[in-house]
Design a protein around this ligand. Sequence first.
Ligand SMILES: O=C(O)c1ccccc1NCC(=O)[C@H](O)[C@H](O)COP(=O)(O)O
Length: 280
Amino acid sequence: MNDLAPAVRSILETAESRGAESQAGGDDRVDVDPRDLESAFASAAADDRTPVIAEVKPTSPTTDGVREDDPFDLATEMVAGGAAALSVLTEPDHFGGSTDTLERVREAVDVPVLRKDFLVREAQLDAVESDVVLLIARFLGDDLEPMLAAAHDRGFQVLVEVHDRAELERALSAGARFVGINNRDLAKLEVDLSTFEDVAPHAPEDVTLIAESGVTTAADVRRMRAAGADALLIGSAIMDGDVRSNTRRFTTADATTADADDPAADHPDADDTIDRQPSR
Ligand SMILES: O=C(O)c1ccccc1NCC(=O)[C@H](O)[C@H](O)COP(=O)(O)O
């Protein structure tokens, strides 16, 4: 883990020292009856909305300042903007998140809610109920498979985050059905959308692929969709300004071409679809 950016090492150190932090004050194992993520994406698509997971992200190591708005209001605005699902940071020290926030948001909306955190131990799965949990292949190493099984056992759907082809192979061998390809390199914290384009063609067709991080324009959305993204996870660009209209700009991206709201030119390869490997 020496190759990680200092901020990410710090995130990981605090993650390792955090316990289950159960809202009930006990250490009961959660048993989740989740809202179905795949159906939420399908409903969005049937409704001509680009499937977007909008992220409630008060701050981060790469963001200036903290957004203090009530997460309840942010979440309802994101859904009003057409988000198929939400992601809520529960990491407190670097992202301003909390399990309380996630509980309140999940009560306020009827779309699936992803718990975005840096989970490294099974007991941490029991801190709060959500429809989906994130597991990061790079942080979990050989623990990925048992953590994935432990999460599935509790009823969670699991988004396994990868950054390169080797991590994709580990995620697939562990049994991941939802894979997030993170365009943010946790070693340098740099974002490069070609990460998704490089890794996605190696995923089998029956895996649901989510493009994570660094999407800032509708043209970026179309670029990720052309490269095989079934859905997108977008945080900072939604949190920066009017959350409802920002969300709408992304959820209508498939239905629009480059327009006045999105002056960035479409990526030259945006119309080239990339064939994914056939199902294994
Ligand atoms: O967002 C960060 O600054 C960050 C720093 C270190 C580790 C993880 C980080 N982000 C976590 C995420 O996965 C993103 O919040 C998510 O993919 C949305 O990204 P973006 O749309 O670029 O805000």
